[in-house]
Design a protein around this ligand. Structure first.
Ligand code: SF4
Length: 274
């Protein structure tokens, strides 16, 4: 069993076998995040991971590694972990996980390719925004150039991933500029899905203090919808890319494939801008 007090996983992984590999977040410094507030980071030992796998249903087809950033383990441990998954769950075709730009930068393209061949794919990566200024404000710990180069490395390794972005993150008056910068970043690489989240100011976060002190002024819901519209307008992927706003934080929940559903999705967003 995980020693972490909280286990977070994407809503689409609700039917996956949840395998704890780290407790909490080693970074724990993003200004907007309260996911693991007050929790101490620790990796789960491979012996404990194996003990957990022994209890798994042998017919499991999909595993989700829990913890904020399991890829920080590095290549050797991830390689061993994937071997253990396949030893105990031989029908498992996909091992998915959260990942950060920081942790992916520890791997070579060849190492990512080997992990992908062993079943690792469908990473969920918090890109958040395509603006360096906003990344710095939110203390995200990576720059846009890092995000683009790591995403391109994943593309080279054929390891598919979901791009998580947050609208409203630039604050009042900066939504359109943020949407354009974010679209420009995303257009530099291939991603399976763009998952949007709506910025929420959680108690106990640095962002909450920034709001109190006036350093950050939240955008209105109308402005946030204009941000989603602008983002969609500037996104023109050449390979099919799911645009997904169904995460519970979103004001409007829509999902479709770009480029084919672009006009339909835009029409839905425009209805909400009055
Ligand atoms: S957003 Fe992710 S990386 Fe940042 S503090 Fe939260 S869990 Fe850690």
């Amino acid at each position: 069993m995980s020693e972490s007090q909280t286990i977070h996983y994407p809503q689409d992984e609700v039917h996956s076998f949840l395998l704890p590999v780290t407790n909490a977040c080693s970074y724990n410094a993003c200004a907007f995040c309260s996911m693991y507030a007050g929790e101490k980071f620790s990796p789960v030992a491979l012996s404990k991971i194996e003990a957990e796998l022994k209890h798994g249903d042998i017919y499991t087809e999909r595993v989700f590694l829990t913890g904020a950033d399991p890829l920080q383990f590095g290549f050797e441990k991830m390689n061993l972990l994937l071997d253990l998954v396949h030893q105990h769950l031989p029908y498992c075709a996909c091992v998915a996980s959260y990942a950060s730009i920081r942790s992916i930068s520890k791997y070579s393209t060849e190492e990512l390719s080997i992990l992908h061949q062993k079943g690792l794919w469908d990473l969920y990566i918090g890109f958040e925004t395509g603006s360096d200024e906003v990344l710095k404000l939110m203390n995200k710990g990576h720059r846009v150039a890092d995000a683009i180069s790591q995403a391109k490395k994943l593309n080279e390794a054929d390891l598919s991933f979901n791009t998580i972005i947050i609208y409203g993150i630039a604050g009042q008056g900066r939504s359109e500029e943020n949407a354009m910068a974010t679209a420009e970043m995303i257009m530099q690489f291939r991603t399976r899905r763009i998952i949007t989240m709506n910025l929420t100011v959680f108690p106990g976060t640095k962002l909450k203090q920034m709001v109190k002190s006036g350093e950050f002024i939240a955008a209105s819901n109308r402005e946030r919808m204009i941000e989603v519209k602008t983002l969609l307008e500037y996104l023109n992927p050449t390979t099919p890319t799911v645009f997904d706003t169904t995460h519970p934080t979103n004001i409007l929940k829509i999902k479709g494939s770009l480029p084919q559903d672009k006009e339909k999705l835009l029409a839905e967003v425009k209805k909400r801008i009055i």
